[in-house]
Design a protein around this ligand. Structure first.
Ligand code: COA
Length: 158
C-alpha cells in the first residue's frame, strides 16, 4: 500500500545530522529567510551542545533538509528546521518533525515547543498540521527583520 507520502519520499532518507553536514545546513538556511540563520561554524557549535538532536533528510546523496532540536529534562525545543526550497511540500519536513518527536518521546520528553515568525504562515500551518498549537507570543523575538514569535507546543501523550 503506497501512500502519497511514501511515493513522494521514495528516494530520500532520514539519518543523523553530522558535523560535516554543517556547510550544507548553512547553505539551506541562506536560502530560507523564514528560519534563523546560522553560519557553518555556528551549526558545528550547536551540534556539540548537550541534549542536541540533529536529523538530516538526504536525497540522492545530497542533504535537502534538516532539523535541530534540544532536550532539557522533560521538555524539548525545535531550534531550527528547513528544507531546500525545491524540496518542500514533498513530506520531508513532516518526516523530520515526526522522527524528532518520536526520538524525544523515547528520551522521556513530554512537551515539545518552538518559536516561529508570526508572518510565517506556511510554517505555522505546517506545525498546526502536526498537532502543535499556539500557546504564546514573544514581541520583538526575531531580528533582521524585527518580528514577534509565536510559541507553539505539542504535548506528548504516553
Ligand atoms: C515549514 C517547512 C519546514 C515545511 O516542510 P515541507 O517539507 O515543505 O512540509 P511537508 O511537505 O511535510 O508539509 C506537510 C503539511 O504542512 C503544511 N504546509 C507545508 N508547507 C506549506 C505551505 N507552503 N503553505 C501551506 N501549508 C503548508 C501542509 O498542510 C502540508 O501538507 P500538504 O502538502 O498535504 O498540504 C518548509 O516549508 C521550510 O523549510 N520552510 C522554510 C523554513 C521554515 O519556515 N522553517 C520553520 C520555522 S523555523
Amino acid at each position: 500500500m503506497a501512500t502519497e507520502l511514501g511515493r513522494e519520499r521514495a528516494k530520500s532518507a532520514i539519518r543523523t545530522l553530522r558535523a560535516e553536514d554543517a556547510g550544507a545546513v548553512a547553505e539551506i538556511l541562506r536560502r530560507s529567510p523564514e528560519a534563523v540563520f546560522w553560519p557553518e561554524a555556528s551549526v558545528k557549535e550547536v551540534l556539540e551542545w548537550q541534549g542536541i538532536l540533529g536529523i538530516a533528510s538526504e536525497a540522492d546523496g545530497k542533504l535537502v533538509g534538516f532539523l535541530i532540536g534540544r532536550q532539557t529534562s522533560e521538555e524539548a525545543e525545535i531550534l531550527n528546521l528547513a528544507l531546500a526550497p525545491e524540496s518542500r511540500r514533498k513530506g520531508e519536513g513532516g518526516a523530520l518533525l515526526q522522527a524528532a518527536v518520536e526520538e524525544f518521546r523515547t528520551r522521556g520528553v513530554n512537551r515539545v515547543f518552538l518559536e516561529v515568525r508570526e508572518s510565517n504562515v506556511p510554517g505555522i500551518t505546517f506545525y498546526a498540521r502536526h498537532k502543535f498549537s499556539k500557546t504564546g507570543r514573544r514581541e520583538g523575538y526575531y531580528r533582521d527583520p524585527s518580528e514577534a514569535a509565536l510559541v507553539m507546543e505539542h504535548k506528548l501523550v504516553r
